[in-house]
Design a protein around this ligand. Structure first.
Ligand code: SF4
Length: 317
């Protein structure tokens, strides 16, 4: 049985050192490339809207994530070599606020409007252990970037209390590489979005013109740490990199550049979910070019591009 990396760091005491370093960053916040330099510990809030305290919108087993996280074909059962077995789902914890704040955010209420409630670290620990007790296959931290110190502290305390599931860092891809380095040996599965392959769209829709540069740095480091996604004999992921890319209408996401980067600089064996679920949401109605669904043709084209680049490990719906 796979033993998550953080259990090693717990034994050596390294986990405490990382927590200390992460909390130091929070004093003049540089947890993400926006580098707001707000003293989050004293309650100041930066661009993301997050303060000192963790905020959680919801937590539950999720059966709509990628099959290697859910433990089946996005359903309640997996038909693996063991026959029809119940799927435990992915143990998602949805964090409130976001450091990217895309205008078309598909979870607008949580990211922009701050839906959720403040949660003490002990309660976050209890959530992790409850998800494990429910039979989930992993702890899936959704939009964790702006709460890295608090979450790593919760992982440490949960590990002390018996947590032994791999932790998924399910982020928007706008990361500070120095923070990602501090997560080395703590996170087993990185699941970044690569949202844009060009600065223009990143500026217009996420106010982050350096998005692709920062994202590429971070994804290279993530891959260096955990390599390609590995599955156990039941088809469940236990370590590695899983990349998501949401296709925007009209080629706005720069899909070709994103896929080129993955194929040439990460690995042709990268597990990639080319997501087709974009719908106009949030402020997208104010941007005529975003105010429609991607066409069937655009989605087929994205899949075709990936295959032509030799990227064949694509998530199957
Ligand atoms: S995490 Fe939030 S406060 Fe910290 S640098 Fe990023 S946007 Fe600013």
């Amino acid at each position: 049985m796979y033993r998550p990396a953080y259990l090693e760091l717990l034994v050596t005491g390294e986990l405490d050192k990382r927590i200390e370093k992460l909390y130091q960053i929070l004093e003049s916040c540089e947890l993400c490339p926006r580098r707001c330099h707000k003293n989050r510990l004293s309650g100041e809030r930066g661009y993301c809207g997050a303060g000192a305290q963790l905020m959680v919108s919801s937590y539950h087993p999720h059966f709509g994530e990628e099959a290697p996280l859910v433990g089946g074909s996005r359903g309640l059962f997996s038909t693996d070599g063991f026959g029809l077995t119940p799927s435990g789902g992915s143990g998602t914890i949805f964090l409130t606020n976001c450091n990217l704040l895309c205008v078309y955010c598909q979870n607008y209420d949580i990211s922009h409007l701050g839906e959720g409630r403040e949660v003490a670290i002990d309660e976050a620990v209890a959530m992790m252990l409850a998800l494990q007790n429910r039979g989930c296959h992993n702890i899936n931290l959704v939009t964790p970037t702006h709460y890295a110190p608090q979450l790593v502290k919760a992982i440490k305390l949960a590990a002390t209390g018996g947590l032994h599931l791999p932790v998924v860092w399910n982020c928007g891809g706008y990361e500070n590489i120095e923070v990602i380095k501090l997560l080395d040996g703590i996170i087993d599965i990185y699941m970044p979005d690569i949202k844009y392959g060009n600065g223009g769209a990143a500026k217009r829709y996420s106010n982050a013109p350096d998005y692709f540069d920062r994202c590429r740095e971070a994804v290279r480091e993530m891959h260096r740490q955990v390599d390609d996604l590995r599955l156990n004999q039941r088809g469940i992921a236990y370590r590695g990199l899983l990349i998501r890319h949401l296709v925007l209408p009209g080629g706005l996401a720069g899909t070709k550049k994103v896929l080129d980067f993955i194929a040439s600089e990460i690995s042709k064996s990268s597990y990639i979910n080319i997501m087709d679920q974009y719908r106009p949401a949030g402020e997208a109605y104010d941007y005529p070019e975003l105010n429609r669904y991607p066409s069937r043709q655009e989605l087929v084209e994205a899949q075709k591009m990936a295959k032509e680049l030799g990227l064949t490990r694509l998530d199957e719906k």
